[in-house]
Ligand binder design. Structure first.
Ligand SMILES: [Fe+2]
Length: 385
């Protein structure tokens, strides 16, 4: 997060003595990223955060690749992913490369028996269906339909759902996820032309602190393995913290679209950036208003990026036969564009209600076995008249 946040109790000066009412010490932890060069947070714990009791199990959750080198456009039926009780088991990697995993999940139950920590990747969790609370060591965030939850790598968390009907679209990124640099000034403040501002980014305001000892299971992901590690103290024992590295939420409904007289390119929809992919939000907006405007996008050859669109809601004008929960994959190397009739259909239209999340990766994506289970194998022929 590119701006400073403070929550709970902290001492007036960093790296100084900070005592509890009984005279014993709180334990400071500096949580840095990119060595000591990236964003960091300084947190204060009831107990030492280093008390590993046991390492119970290590098991692989690496994606199984079905097509490593893919030139075929696909449609995936995301809602065909079966709901599963457990959050981690419900996460199905459908597309993958060395920079990111694109995941669909339909968890039915809140995480109760363990905490989760991803040491390799930032997680961007888009809430398509469901409401609840993201609980983290650095505070909680309520979530609902349309929220992006950004959990930086290493933040211990749980997800509490209000009901069993949940659908998540998750990007797990080995590269840090930021808001686009071009939206910010040299101090990091979001500029006037940015489609969102600081008021739209929700920081944790509720800190849960447990000073408890016992056996606390944290499932820790590192290099495609999960380590079941047992800690002697409750992972949510922070009494206060400050800094720049913490989870936050942003609703897609707070993204203010940028429109023009003629068709605007995808970068106007950009919401997040990494050096390996971008995330864009397509939201309800007025169409182009040149008298001869063609609201449908032109055919385009994304010669050096794979394009993934996750359809959330509304009628997606450029595609035929696309529904909520579908993913389209248009691979690098070949052009794609509106389906037959879509360009003509778009002329004269004033607005769109479409809602979609796009991920454009700079390295090609591999298609996994999980994706093949929900894939439409004939989609690549759908531009034929
Ligand atoms: Fe496209």
């Amino acid at each position: 997060m590119p701006f400073y946040h403070k929550l709970g109790k902290i001492p007036p000066k960093r790296h100084t003595q900070f005592k509890k009412p009984d005279g014993t010490f709180y334990y400071e932890q500096l949580f840095g990223t990119i060595g000591f060069d990236g964003m960091s947070t300084n947190s204060y714990h009831e107990q030492r955060p280093t008390q590993v009791k046991d390492i119970k199990r290590q098991y692989s959750v690496a994606p199984k690749v079905a097509k490593a080198n893919n030139m075929q456009s696909y449609r995936l039926h995301g809602f065909k992913v079966k709901p599963e009780n457990d959050y981690l088991e419900s996460r199905k990697i459908v597309l993958t490369n060395s920079d990111c995993n694109i995941i669909l999940a339909a968890p039915k139950e809140s995480t109760r028996d363990y905490f989760y920590k991803n040491t390799d990747a930032d997680e961007l969790i888009f809430i398509h269906k469901g409401t609840g609370k993201l609980r983290t060591m650095l505070g909680n965030l309520d979530f609902k339909y349309g929220d992006y939850l950004l959990v930086p790598r290493g933040i211990i968390y749980k997800l509490d759902f209000d009901t069993e009907d949940n659908r998540l679209f998750i990007v797990e990124s080995y590269r840090p996820i930021y808001t686009p640099k071009r939206y910010r000034n040299w101090f990091g403040q979001l500029l006037e032309h940015s489609p969102f501002c600081e008021r739209d980014l929700r920081q944790p305001q509720e800190l849960e602190t447990y000073n408890e000892s016992g056996d606390f299971l944290i499932k820790i992901k590192k290099q495609d393995d999960i380590f079941d590690m047992v800690y002697a103290s409750h992972p949510f024992d922070v009494v206060g913290y400050d800094g720049y590295n913490y989870p936050y939420a942003f609703s897609i409904h707070d993204f203010e679209p940028i429109t023009g007289r003629v068709h605007q390119p995808p970068p106007v929809h950009q919401t997040f950036e990494t050096d390996a992919f971008v995330v864009c939000s397509f939201v309800p907006r007025l169409y182009d208003y040149h008298p001869l405007a063609v609201p449908a996008p032109y055919n385009h050859s994304n010669i050096d990026s794979d394009e993934v669109l996750y359809y959330v809601d509304g009628d997606f004008m450029s595609r035929n036969d696309i529904d909520a929960g579908h993913i389209s994959l248009h691979p690098a190397g070949i052009p794609h564009g509106p389906h037959p009739g879509a360009m003509e259909r778009s002329i004269g239209k004033v607005k769109t209600d479409e809602l979609a999340v796009m991920v454009d990766t700079f390295k090609p994506l591999k298609v996994t076995e999980e994706a093949m289970k929900i894939a439409d194998e004939d989609y690549f022929k759908s531009w034929l008249e």
